[in-house]
Write a protein that binds this ligand. Sequence first.
Ligand SMILES: C[S@@+](CC[C@H](N)C(=O)[O-])C[C@H]1O[C@@H](n2cnc3c(N)ncnc32)[C@H](O)[C@@H]1O
Length: 471
Amino acid sequence: MKNALPTDFTMRMQALLKEEYPSFLASYEKPFIHGLRVNPLKTECRSFLALSPFPLEPVEWCPLGFRYGEGVRPGKHPYHAAGLYYLQEPSAMFPAVAADVQPGENVLDLCAAPGGKSTQLAAALRGEGLLIANEPHPTRVKALSQNIERLGIQNAIVTNETPERLAERFPLFFDRILVDAPCSGEGMFRKLPEAIEDWSLEKVTECHRTQLSILEAAATMLKPGGTLVYSTCTFAPLENEQTLVSFLQRHSDFALMPISSVPTIKSGRPEWSDPPQPSLVHTARLWPHLLEGEGHFVAKLVKAFTAEGDEPPRKQARKKNGKAESAAGQREAVAAWMAFVKESLPALGDRYPDSSAFLLFGDQLYYTPHPGLDLTGLRINRIGLHIGTLKKNRLEPSHALALAIQASDAARTANYRADDPDLLRYLKGETLTRDGENGWTLVCVDGYPIGWGKQAQEQLKNHYPKGLRWL
Ligand SMILES: C[S@@+](CC[C@H](N)C(=O)[O-])C[C@H]1O[C@@H](n2cnc3c(N)ncnc32)[C@H](O)[C@@H]1O
C-alpha cells in the first residue's frame, strides 16, 4: 500500500482486534476487490452470464453480484453504457440486500450518490412503487441522476436536499429507508488511498454527529412498522455500534433485527458501545481479512407500531409539482408524445397510462411515478422518467427513454455486436452510414438499447448525449 495507515487508527484497531489484528493488517497488502452487480431491470442474470466477456465469481450475499479480477475493465464496455450492470465492490452490495425492499413500497435512500445502493433498491422495486434517491451535494447528485438514467430506472425521484428538509415534507411516508451514511471511510483505505489523507480522529467524531442527525430525520419519515437500514464503510465503533446506541436511547420505538446468515459476515460488537447493548449482536460487520470485500458495517432496525394503532401516513394534498406548465401546454406535449409512440414505438402499448403522471417543465416532458406528491420548494434533479423535449410541437426522445424501453418496443432499431467498430463510432458521437427506414431509430448493443439515432437516407445521425461520448 502506498500511503501509511494513520497511527491513531492502527493503535485503535490493534486494541480492539487483539490477536486478530495481524491478519487484519495483512489484508492491506492484498488488492482491492472489484465487483459488478447485474441490473435485472435490463437482463436476467443467466442471460448476462451467457453474454459476459468477463470471468465472474458470485458474491455469496448478493444473488446479482459478481467479483471480477484485476486488468478487466467492465466500465469501458458498451454493456456498461447500456446499463446492464453497475460497478460496485462486493461488501457495498450488502446494505441494500439487507433492506429487503418489496415491489410497490415507498423507499428513500437518504445519502445516495453516486447511486450504487439506489440502483439496487430500484431493482428490488421492479418498477413498482417509489424510490426517492437523495443527495445533498450539488455535484454528486448529478452522478447519481446519470446512474439512475443509465440503469433504466423509471420510478425514481432524485432530490438534492438536506435530510431535515425532506423530513418536514414526508413524515411517516416511507416503508424503507436506507441511511448509507457519510463516514470516515476506514473500510475504503485499500480502494481510495486519499481516504487515508482525509482521515482524523476529529473526522470520526464529526461523522458520528452527522450520522445521528441524519438518523433523526430518517426516524421522522419512516412509517410505523417500517424498516431502517444504517450502513457505513468504516470500522470506528463510534460511527457504528455507538451511533446506534445513541440513536436507540432516543428512540425506544426502534429495535435491531437480525440480518445475515452468511458465515463470512460477522456480528457487530455489543462490547464496543457505551453502555454495551446486547442487541448489537444483530448488526453486521464485513471485515476485509475475513471475506473477499472491503470493510462495512450494516444494521437493520424496525420501527414499532404504537399501542393505539397508528395514524395512516398523512395524505399529501394533490398539488402541482414544482413549476409544471399549464394544462394546455401539457396536453400539447402529451399529444406530441402519443404521435411519437405511434410513429416510433408502436409496441409500447399502454405502458404509460396515467394522464395525470405526465409533467411538463419548460419544454421537458416527464412521467412521474407518484403524481399526487407535493414536491413544491424542494430541489429536484429528476422526477421519474424523462421522456423527451418538445420541439416545435414534436417530441425529441430523451436518452433516458432509450434506456428505459426495450428493442422490441421500437419501430426501427440498429443493432450492433459489442465489438462492431460501428458501435464504437456511435459511442464516440460519429454519424454512421447504413441503410434503413427514415426516422428515430433505437441503437442497440446485442439487443440492448444504448441510445437514439435518426435515420435520414443512408445516414444515421448521432443522438448519443455529448457528455457521455467516448473519447
Ligand atoms: C457513503 S456515501 C453514499 C454512497 C451511496 N449510497 C452509494 O451506494 O453509491 C455518503 C453520501 O452522503 C452524502 N452526505 C454527506 N453529508 C450528508 C448529510 N448531512 N445528509 C445526507 N447525505 C450526506 C455524501 O455527499 C455522500 O454522497
